[in-house]
Design a protein around this ligand. Sequence first.
Ligand code: BEZ
Length: 388
Amino acid sequence: MKLHRHALVLAAAAAAFAAPGHAQQAAPLKVGLMLPATGTFAALGTAIDNGFRLYVAEQGGKLGGREIEYVRVDDESDPAKATDNVNKLIKRDNVDVIVGTVHSGVAMAMARAAKESGTLLIVPNAGAAAVTGPMCAPNIFRSSFSNWQPGYAMGEVAAKKGHKRMVTITWKYAAGDEAVQGFKEGFEKNGGKVIKELNLPFPNVEFQALLTEIASLKPDAVYTFFAGGGAVKFVKDYAGAGLKKSIPLYGAGFLTDGTLEAQGADADGLLTTLHYADSLGTPRDSAFRLAYVKAYKLQPDVYAVQGYDAAQMLSVGLAAVKGDVGKKAEFAAAVEKAKIDSPRGAFTVSKAHNPVQDIYLRQVVGKENKTIGVASKALADPARGCKM
Ligand code: BEZ
């Protein structure tokens, strides 16, 4: 009898729920933001987080009809802690989607966990080739770039400028290695030669001995990949060592993105390549920049754009599956055929799930990375090793 009454109560509740005027309320969608909040990439993590939340707020706090709920983990840009950190989100917090991260080594551990568990992963920065190469999967996407893309574009630019002998300098980890490999490919294909590849462990910033070596090698120019706090120190040390006057310095755009306040005049005139610039002047970018400044009282940078676009990609996929992240094939199909209306300029997503995008040539003028032109139009990562 008791059981019967209980069943009736349940049935009444279900009927009331299904009755017209009582639209069914979907549970919130849990987004796990795994980003650095400390260390040399801390500011990058904040900008990504800001950008992501800005897009969600612009949609009234919902994507695909579901409220967005956040869980945040500081990954410290430490690959040794990455597997534990990502498993906290997947197994303890039961997130529906993981968004992260900045550091390529950490992102590879995240991609491994996403592949094993089937959890949806959107990478809003880390350019590791493996993520959209050998580890590519229907549930793994990137809203940013591959390390190869800005490197390759700058290799072509440097060769066209007539440089023949160049030295590279970077941190010894996936991002640095791949940025240099991309640069070398573009440069050497066009007649240049990388005569020496210098590096130091991440996140070390003791550059003096390497700068002395550059001075003695006397290359035509130098190519570099550094980002965040390390990029600030490198640009200042390069100028401080007196090299800026005699040996042109080129970089992946991370060298001068989000760093110009701290670098001051030492960054003036530097040429870099990246999929974003401060002076695009398109209505889409201007609206984004205005909204970002209003929300955070900060200027946006490439990391903020990548966070914003991670939310846009999630939105496109969720709209197609009406908020049901379990429908992975439909989610992927929608993102693969979408044109993402990014502040950087509209981009498409490759079969391997990496942006196919314009790479701009930029020059530092005062506190801005001004656009000089497009170094490489609709550049697609080669996605070597991706079988999808
Ligand atoms: C990376 O580790 O992939 C990375 C970090 C900072 C800026 C760009 C790339």
